[in-house]
Ligand binder design. Sequence first.
Ligand SMILES: C[S@@+](CC[C@H](N)C(=O)[O-])C[C@H]1O[C@@H](n2cnc3c(N)ncnc32)[C@H](O)[C@@H]1O
Length: 196
Amino acid sequence: MWGQELLAEVVQAGDLVVDLTVGTGQDTLFLYQLVGAGGQVIGFDIQQPALLATSDRVTAAGASVRLQPSGSNQLQRQPGIDLVLQSHAEISHILPAAPQAIIANLGYLPGGDHELVTQPESTLRALAQATALLAVGGRLTVVVYPGHPGGAEEGRVVTEFFTQLEDENFHVIQLQVSNRPQAPFLFVAEKYNQEG
Ligand SMILES: C[S@@+](CC[C@H](N)C(=O)[O-])C[C@H]1O[C@@H](n2cnc3c(N)ncnc32)[C@H](O)[C@@H]1O
């Protein structure tokens, strides 16, 4: 929830925002509630059941949803929610403009196949594109789950990514539960400048 609160501080109605890991759609719904019917949420997942569950969730909340197939090209900047059946490693081909907020909840789909988990290589590609694409003044939040097989390794490479993010362009904080080593931990990067 910290991640959501820290994103909410920089998002306004009408903004373009991105969910890199749609899952069951809790974050997608949260983002939709921030940007409203006049804003645009673009969400990615590699599992069709995740996108369909999310579509049901946000439609019930009154959102207008467009399901985008794998192999989609750049989307239009228009109100509503686009749910894209594609890896988040492809975001730079899909986004129509600079997003104000990007959220990622790594790991596996709750209640789904634990083998279909985010992978360090594609996660890093997504984070590199996300930080390049983010609007100045925008924030990226990433929740890392170190407890499942492969999670600690993903946590290591994500930590290295944020540790090396150029400090002339980004403020980065990490929030971690000090008394529970296996607990998820959060990175928040705010882009305050765009150079290069
Ligand atoms: C922890 S769940 C996300 C939870 C979600 N944010 C929510 O609010 O319910 C992680 C999701 O990432 C998805 N995923 C795994 N690899 C992916 C990739 N390369 N691109 C996009 N989504 C991916 C999984 O299918 C899974 O649904």
